[in-house]
Design a protein around this ligand. Structure first.
Ligand SMILES: [Zn+2]
Ligand SMILES: [Zn+2]
Length: 279
């Protein structure tokens, strides 16, 4: 089936991505024959939270929020005959900063419906926050800080459970980003357990609470991962459970739009609810 859209896309407002502007992504999407593109730039991190990455480049700046949304609206109008453009955010769930995240969601209102809830930051046992997908070297340091690879995985899945049980108020985003991002460096730092039970429990909560899943192909192209997020087995399980699976390339450069859709297992992807409701 022809892919309808790419719903997890970054932009030049992301300090760790390419400098391709949003229009370049739109043109790449049109070239690929997509009907939809949804931008999901990393929302600014909460004030009072210190980005633990060396370059402090995890997210867009507060000053850029309006500029980003404004540019999305300009492109939406310019290309409306060719493609449907929407913009939301990839929102970081950070344990201890739930109030700040909910306030941000309230402030963007319906833009939240096009957004994704993701975990990149974990709270370590010593209270320090860490970014789990920054680099293999940093992941190694994190495993030492937690005591083992498995301790990091356990905390990641526990944090995911907390995310799913958080009340995000009136504009709760529907989509959970890269559910198994913790596997990004799994070929280098392998957990002893598979966490299947934990993940199935998460899927049950996702289903019960009406969330959707980001069927994220970025992991296929990460040298120490080599699989989608979540992996094929979990994606198929989620598909059997009728959890909507929304395609996302997680592109950080225009040429990666729609990348990897042919590598997904035999599942059908869905349009996000935010868009299904409008049709
Ligand atoms: Zn990013
Ligand atoms: Zn992400």
């Amino acid at each position: 089936m022809q892919l309808q859209g790419d719903f997890h896309v970054h932009t030049n407002f992301c300090p760790h991505g390419a400098s391709d502007n949003m229009e370049a992504y739109v043109q790449a999407a049109i070239k690929q024959g997509l009907e939809y593109i949804t931008f999901t730039e990393h929302a600014p991190l909460p004030k009072g939270f210190i980005d633990p990455t060396p370059e402090q480049d995890s997210a867009m700046s507060w000053e850029d929020v309006e500029v980003y949304l404004h540019e999305a609206t300009r492109l939406k109008e310019k290309y409306e005959d060719l493609i449907t453009i929407n913009a939301g955010f990839e929102l970081d769930y950070i344990e201890g900063f739930e109030k700040e995240l909910t306030a941000f969601i309230d402030s963007i209102g319906e833009t939240a419906y096009y957004s994704i809830l993701s975990i990149h930051m974990l709270k370590a046992p010593n209270g320090e926050y860490v970014c789990i997908d920054y680099s293999a070297d940093e992941f190694k340091r994190i495993t030492e800080l937690f005591g083992s690879v498995d301790a990091v995985y356990q905390t990641y899945y526990l944090t995911m459970e907390k995310l799913l049980n958080t009340d995000f108020g009136n504009y709760r985003p529907d989509r959970i980003g890269h559910l198994t991002l913790i596997e990004k460096f799994s070929k280098l730092y392998t957990a002893k357990q598979a966490y299947t039970t934990e993940i199935i429990n998460l899927l049950e909560t996702i289903q019960a609470k009406g969330f959707e899943l980001d069927a994220n192909t970025a992991g296929f192209f990460k040298p120490y991962c080599g699989t989608c997020y979540p992996n094929a087995t979990i994606l198929q399980k989620a598909y059997q459970m009728n959890i909507p699976l929304v395609f996302g390339s997680d592109s950080h450069q225009a040429k990666d739009i729609a990348r990897g859709s042919e590598l997904l297992p035999d599942i059908e992807t869905s349009l996000p609810r935010s868009i299904r409701q409008l049709i």
